[in-house]
Design a protein around this ligand. Structure first.
Ligand code: XUL
Ligand code: CO
Length: 439
């Protein structure tokens, strides 16, 4: 372990009564919940970009946080220092995975060949650091939204040359993901959308995005990538409209273009709420379609209309997330903290407090979700709510054998239906509260 965070000890579980800010209150890696260790339920990942790169720059001001880690910003020396810092950080927290964009790892050069050479060099160094640790890559991706060449999109660009640069970056990022043993490969369509329909051929753009994804699948499989590809839906920001609007839209796209066997979804909490959904909603839609792959674990602020990428602390949200994940039988991916400390939280301690908060929030969510499932009343209520379909008529409808005529005849015989029954929302909400806060 290197010694960048010298004042920070290894973070240990001390229980909910602990007042030590540098200890876990709920995340107890080896505690068994519903037959599995917490750390198996919760494969946490560090996001290279927010944790090791983001310095607090926003639209109105420059950075507040020093992420040079004792080196000169924008150099390969700093790229190595970030690797050292990242590995020390993950080891101190017991985090076993990381996620990266290509350009998080090295400063991008003017010539793509030089960028790729730098990526080879840094990935050799990362591999070296991985040896002798449990740390692995959760997923990799290419940043196809930051560089000005992508101002009109990457897969959706109007420029065939820019399209080739997107292809080249995907090719390299896939090679890096395979080299680092990544479980997944993410497409987040940051600029795959439009600012105005007046200049946009939506059909042409969507077909080109799908073609690029097909090429990525073919190439990935040819170099031994056996993991899942993921689409990470987001409705807007940076573009006015992004094609991967939400889980349902992304699933429709994947099916339309025959990509649904190789792709699953990476659901980010703050993206779901930007789409006007709850986090739980997009998880549920993914899960019922067999496409819940991975989670970008963060939280938005409902008073703000953008992607604030905060560390999750809302236990209702983490509980309902873990409820969906447990019911889906777990993730093939993991929980990547696509989250950053607030701009004024600008010390190394704050980086640790952010992750301790996030890991504890998900651990508590896991504990509470398991209690909700073991309690059984929610499941029983839902089952009972649809029980009228358990008779002959219901079976015929469910198996596709019913006709409109016979259902109409049934209605006619009844003359009017009995009440379908109360939804009992308030009762169920208080049941959830009693599981969350009861003794
Ligand atoms: C942006 C976002 C990305 C993706 C990876 O909102 O979530 O960081 O997770 O490109
Ligand atoms: Co994300």
């Amino acid at each position: 372990m290197s010694d960048i965070f010298t004042s920070i000890p290894r973070i240990r579980y001390e229980g909910s009564g602990s007042k030590n800010p540098l200890a876990f209150k709920y995340y107890d890696a080896d505690r068994v919940i519903m037959g599995k260790k917490m750390k198996e339920h919760l494969p946490f990942a560090m996001a290279w970009w927010h944790n090791l790169c983001a310095s607090g720059v926003d639209m109105f001001g420059s950075g507040t946080t020093d992420k040079s880690f004792g080196s000169t910003l924008g150099t390969m020396e700093q790229a190595r220092a970030k690797v050292d810092a990242g590995f020390e950080f993950m080891e101190k927290l017991g985090i076993e995975y990381f996620c990266f964009h290509d350009v998080d790892l090295v400063p991008e050069a003017d010539d793509i060949n030089e960028t790729n050479r730098r990526l080879d060099e840094i990935s050799d160094y990362i591999l070296e650091k991985m040896r002798g640790t449990n740390i692995k890559c959760l997923w990799g991706t290419a940043n196809m939204f930051g560089n000005p060449r992508f101002m009109n999109g990457a897969g959706s660009t109007n420029s065939v040359d820019v399209y080739c640069f997107a292809a080249a970056q995907i090719k390299k990022a896939l090679e890096l993901t395979v080299k680092l043993g990544g479980r997944g490969y993410v497409f987040w369509g940051g600029r795959e959308g439009y600012e105005t329909l007046l200049n946009t051929d939506v059909k042409f753009e969507q077909e080109n995005i799908a073609a690029l994804m097909h090429m990525a699948v073919d190439y990935g499989r040819s170099i031994g990538f056996t993991g899942d590809f993921y689409i990470e839906p987001k409705p807007k920001e940076p573009m006015k409209h992004q094609y991967d609007y939400d889980a349902a839209t992304a699933i429709g796209f994947l099916r339309q273009y025959g990509l649904d066997k190789d792709f699953k979804l990476n659901i980010e909490a703050n993206h779901a709420t930007l789409a006007g959904h709850t986090f739980q909603h997009d998880l549920r839609i993914s899960a019922i379609n067999g496409m819940l792959g991975s989670v970008d674990a963060n939280q938005g602020d409902l008073l703000l209309g953008w992607d604030t990428d905060e560390f999750p602390f809302n236990i209702y949200e983490t509980t309902m997330c873990m409820y969906e994940v447990l019911k889906a039988g777990g993730l093939t991916g993991g929980f990547n903290f696509d989250a950053k400390t607030r701009r004024p939280s600008n010390t190394p301690e704050d980086m640790f407090y952010g992750y301790i908060l996030g890991m504890d929030s998900f651990a508590l969510g896991l504990i509470k979700a398991a209690q909700l499932i073991e309690d059984g009343r929610l499941d029983a209520f839902v089952k009972d709510r649809y029980s009228s379909f358990e008779g002959d008529l219901g079976h015929k409808i469910r198996s596709g054998e019913a006709t409109l005529e016979e259902l109409a005849a049934h209605a006619s015989k009844l003359r009017r239906p009995a009440s379908p029954g109360s939804g009992r929302q308030e009762y169920l909400e208080s049941l959830v509260n009693s599981v969350l806060f009861g003794a």
